[in-house]
Design a protein around this ligand. Sequence first.
Ligand code: NAD
Length: 254
Amino acid sequence: MKTFVITGAASGIGAATKAQLDAAGHRTISLDIQHADIVADLATAEGRQAAIEQVIASAETIDGLVCCAGLGVTAPSAEMIVAVNYYGVMDLIHGLTEHLARQDGAAITVIGSFAATQQVHQPDALSLALLENDANAVSTALSNIAGPHVAYSASKYAVTVASRRLVRVLGKQGVRINIIAPGAVATPLHQASLNDPTFGQAVKNFVSPLGAHTDPNHIASLVSYIHSEAASFMHGSVLFVDGGMDAMLRPTQF
Ligand code: NAD
């Protein structure tokens, strides 16, 4: 039996992941702004610190951290998207690495997004500011942001790159990190995007070679695999589960 911390476990991909890990006999500690073992607001620095402290108080060691909590384009503000999708992942990773490193074979999974690829060729000012850890530049970039969709892709690009940059430091401590980049997944977040008057039509038009969307259980299965012994040499990978969308649009980049 392993112990997992799952952020965003109250809904969608996080809830499916928790259900699968529970069914496999593991201990799961859910962390969310609602309906969770640890209720914390990952949109604020105080909430993230409280979350870290509560995790450490809840379990002497943890085998896995699964960062699913996130906000989509219908979130109240671009600031909140960045706060939850970027800082809500990176602060938790930094705050819990030492705790994870106590356990042999510990691993982290970050739920990124296919949307991160929109920034790969030319990362925008927000992506660069996040990666440079420059709070003033982040706030300037947010005040000039073209819309929540840009905050979303920037937050997902930055969290993917920042996670990959940790392979050496985490690897030395025996902690693996991998990123899953889903395409469309049938969850409340995706449904809210479909219903959105500004973005709904674009989301509906965005159909992968394998269809419109997948089931959150298919992402959860990959999380289970990443945290199994069979994946013990997988580190720093970005795993697309997008119905072929990335390969269709960028066949030469991998
Ligand atoms: P969801 O809305 O079903 O679940 C997100 C969870 O995050 C919710 O339980 C919510 O309460 C929690 N959360 C939101 N703000 C929080 C905060 N401030 N503090 C703590 N918890 C908070 O969405 P989902 O689709 O399951 O999304 C999970 C992850 O997958 C997100 O990071 C999302 O960006 C990513 N993703 C989703 C899709 C998709 O199509 N659904 C595609 C690509 C990536």
